[in-house]
Design a protein around this ligand. Structure first.
Ligand code: NAD
Length: 379
């Protein structure tokens, strides 16, 4: 803690994705940015301008050694998440890591073991869980409005070919591996709705290859990959990932239960979506606007947020809400809002899908990270 009793937060990859967290960090009464790090000199300069005066480092290890931190936000490319998280957890620092948790099953195993040993909390920053319609639907599910859930879909359709040129790590890790490489945005909210359940088996197939990169090298991955998943309790989930096809961006979710269903708006920021909830014995199947019928289910954290903060912050305000919730949890000693096992429940199915697609869609078991640590609860 700093001399004002605030949690000292360091940020690595500070010039990239974590820039969006500045407003939540500044507004939080019990946390402060204590150091920033970026491996690129030019980008570190940009981060200094953005975050204001604080110690700045080109080396992550030096930041951990010298800045006296309590927590780190890891916003580097996907393949650095686990290595950097392990270094922080070994020092008993709290970690807020960008998605996905890791890029291989072996990495995920090391991560689970390190989190079990550490006094630091691990939190995965799956911001889609914090989108207002998703949190509202979660409250409606908990109230039993949809009955027993048995089916859900999530789609992440985001053409990144130009982004691949400016951030080449994407070419390798997001669009260089066939299967679901970036599936947590889809699975995060769905697993939140299906609380207490996890994906036990997956099968993954693709649509073929139709695109080349900036150097005219054909992409080795299939344009659209679809993963079918069965949960331990027998529910069915379909995830579609497409980061190559020529089309506007869309995030899409559906949910079906025995008494009702939800369909999101097919748009990046989701709007409000529509729901059907079976009313008494009526046979009428009519949509209602989530913004209207969901009013009483909007979570407190969204009600508390000042409108002025939500407007300019990322992903419709969900980045602000998410970081506020994480900092609240860490400073009030509450459990991780997205714990290591829940993070791996969102990450591991995608990694197993990458094996399944190589085997023509063979159904494969998804390991349960709790078993790696001798834990049983599906928390
Ligand atoms: N949750 C979301 O909505 C969301 C959105 C975008 C990106 N992401 C995730 O955030 C991460 C970063 O994505 P991005 O778009 O900011 O990428 P980016 O390439 O734009 O930025 C990454 C930054 O990290 C720095 N960096 C790279 N390697 C480093 C290292 N070893 N040590 C210190 N700094 C290093 C780079 O110089 C760069 O400034 C990725 O894991 C991505 O999956 C999440």
């Amino acid at each position: 803690m700093d001399r004002n009793g605030k949690l000292k937060v360091g940020i690595v990859g500070a010039a990239g994705r974590p820039r969006i967290f500045k407003s939540a960090l500044e507004a939080h009464p019990r946390a402060a940015v204590a150091a920033i790090c970026d491996i690129s000199e030019e980008r570190l300069e940009q981060a200094k301008t953005h975050f204001g005066p604080c110690p700045a480092f080109l080396s992550y290890e030096s930041m951990l050694e010298q800045a006296g931190l309590d927590a780190v936000i890891i916003g580097t490319p996907m393949h650095f998440h686990v290595g950097q998280t392990l270094l922080a957890l070994e020092r008993n620092l709290h970690v807020i890591s960008e998605v996905p948790a890791g890029v291989s099953i072996e990495e995920c195993r090391k991560l689970a073991e390190a989190a079990a040993r550490s006094k630091g909390q691990y939190i995965m920053a799956e911001n889609c869980n914090y989108m207002k319609p998703h949190m509202t639907i979660a409250n409606m599910v908990r109230s039993g409005l949809f009955g027993e859930l048995y089916f859900a879909e999530g789609e992440y359709l985001h053409e990144v070919k130009p982004l691949n040129e400016s951030t080449p790590w994407r070419r390798t890790w997001q669009t260089g591996v066939n299967g679901i490489t970036y599936g947590t945005h889809s699975l995060g909210p769905i697993l939140e709705w299906m609380e207490g359940d996890r994906i036990a088996r997956v099968s993954c197939v693709g649509s073929g290859r139709h695109y080349a990169d900036g150097q005219n090298r054909p992409y080795g991955i299939e344009d659209t990959c679809v993963m079918m998943a069965k949960t331990e309790r027998g529910k069915l989930i379909r995830v579609r990932l497409d980061m190559l096809s020529e089309r506007p961006t869309a995030l899409n979710y559906t949910l079906q239960g025995t008494r009702g269903c939800y369909e999101s708006v097919r748009h990046e920021l989701l709007g409000s979506g529509k729901v059907f909830v079976k009313n008494g014995e009526s046979d009428k199947h009519e949509w209602a606007d989530l913004a209207t019928v969901g009013q009483d289910y909007i979570p407190d954290i969204w009600q508390r947020m000042p409108e002025s903060m939500l407007g300019p912050s990322g992903h419709g305000g969900s980045d602000y809400v998410m970081m506020t919730d994480f900092l609240d949890a860490l400073t009030e000693g509450k459990p991780s809002p997205i714990s290591i096992h829940r993070a791996l429940d969102m990450t591991l199915p995608g990694l197993i899908s990458q094996l399944s697609i190589k085997r023509d869609g063979e159904w494969l078991d998804v390991p349960d990270s709790r078993a790696w640590c001798g834990d049983t609860a599906c928390g």
